[in-house]
Design a protein around this ligand. Structure first.
Ligand code: MG
Length: 366
């Protein structure tokens, strides 16, 4: 090639560094109604089904799937989550999924509240990226799936005969989580103890009405073989927590009081541990920040969940090697799970060894 032909040759574009994805993504948002196996009752509500919010993010022949369970207590619904995500669609389709930390930062700045919507998108993007790299998400986080803890199986508040039935159905789980906080705590625990001697963990969901009642109940629960308790008092009541902790022996965890990374240092003087939920904080990236912050402050960490399908539960399970305790049973409480992912064997979480979340459609699922 002489100088003349060189100058007239077509100019080839210099490839931009790290731009492996091309074209606009296809983003689907949908609401699924998950039917509960048993009516699910806690201090807050009683329900036969839950509507959760799903995101499917497709690009380059790969689809990442995410799910978030809206929390009514924080004024979210599946519809509000869908509307929130749809409101940023024009911006979202122009973003590169590989830069998901920057992308999610932009999402947090653009969407107020609606953390289940953020969680669904965060999970879909991480599923997409880990699939693109061909690694399971736990490996991408640098974790060992053999470190995944046991999960509890949760027993909602119910009549004694139904509780006995639920406890029998949970035979494979070595530790149970029992919901208390209404007026029938003695009846609930007696029904559980009439069937099993397993260790128990208890969640009061802010249900105890005074610090005195909390101390009396917690010390009684300890004698019933309870290892620790979640959120005995309303989330806003921190001043009574240290009074309580001076008078009980078992650890006390914050759940409703602990939503976001910034809550963790604020709560550290008042609790022994925190319950981190992907749906509360808005995704796996935020959940990991909370776990690391809690660890750095010497707090115990539980990874909890809402009633949801195997999408959200499997996503949380990929972080579970980082925590002390898992309560990841929300998918086991529903009758129409569209996917399968994490499995449970005698209470132990078995993380998929497939790329991304490792989800598969459940055979025969609608
Ligand atoms: Mg709880």
């Amino acid at each position: 090639m002489n100088r003349r032909t060189f100058l007239s040759a077509p100019v080839f574009a210099v490839p931009l560094a790290a731009a492996p994805s091309s074209g606009a993504p296809a983003i689907e948002t949908r609401i699924r109604r998950l039917r509960l196996r048993h009516t699910w009752t806690t201090v807050m509500s009683s329900s036969e089904y839950r509507d959760t919010f799903f995101v499917e993010y497709s690009r380059d022949g790969i689809t990442g799937i995410g799910e978030g369970a809206p929390i009514i207590r924080y004024r979210e619904s599946a519809e509000s989550c869908r509307a929130a995500l749809e409101s940023i669609r024009p911006w979202l389709v122009g973003q590169r999924p590989e830069a998901f930390v920057k992308l999610m930062d932009g999402v947090f700045r653009r969407i107020e509240g609606n953390f289940a919507a953020k969680a669904a998108l965060d999970i879909a993007l991480l599923d997409w990226n880990a699939q693109k790299l061909g690694v399971p998400l736990w490996r991408w986080f640098g974790l060992d799936r053999n470190d995944a803890p046991l999960t509890t199986f949760s027993i909602g508040i119910d009549k004694a005969d139904v509780i006995r039935q639920k406890v029998r159905e949970a035979e494979d789980f070595p530790v149970l989580k029992i919901k208390v906080g209404l007026d029938n705590d003695e009846e609930v625990i007696a029904a559980v103890r009439s069937v099993t001697r397993k260790p128990l963990r208890v969640d009061a969901n802010e249900g105890f009405r005074s610090k005195e009642e909390a101390v009396e109940k917690i010390n009684w629960l300890e004698k019933q073989g309870v290892e620790f308790i979640e959120q005995p008092l309303p989330a806003a009541n921190l001043e009574d927590m240290n009074w309580i902790r001076k008078r009980v022996h078992i650890p006390v965890f914050a759940d409703e009081a602990c939503l976001h990374p910034a809550d963790v240092p604020r709560l550290a003087p008042y609790f022994d541990g925190v319950n981190v939920k992907v749906d509360k904080c808005g995704g796996l990236l935020e959940a990991k920040r909370m776990i690391e912050m809690a660890r750095s402050l010497g707090l115990k960490v539980m990874l909890g969940c809402m009633v949801s399908s195997s999408v959200a539960i499997t996503a949380a399970a990929h972080l579970s090697p980082l925590v002390d305790y898992a309560d990841l049973d929300g998918n086991l409480l529903i009758a129409n799970d569209p996917y399968e992912g994490v499995r449970v064997d005698k209470g132990r979480l078995i993380l998929p060894d497939r790329p991304g979340l490792g989800l598969r459609p459940r055979p025969g699922a609608a």
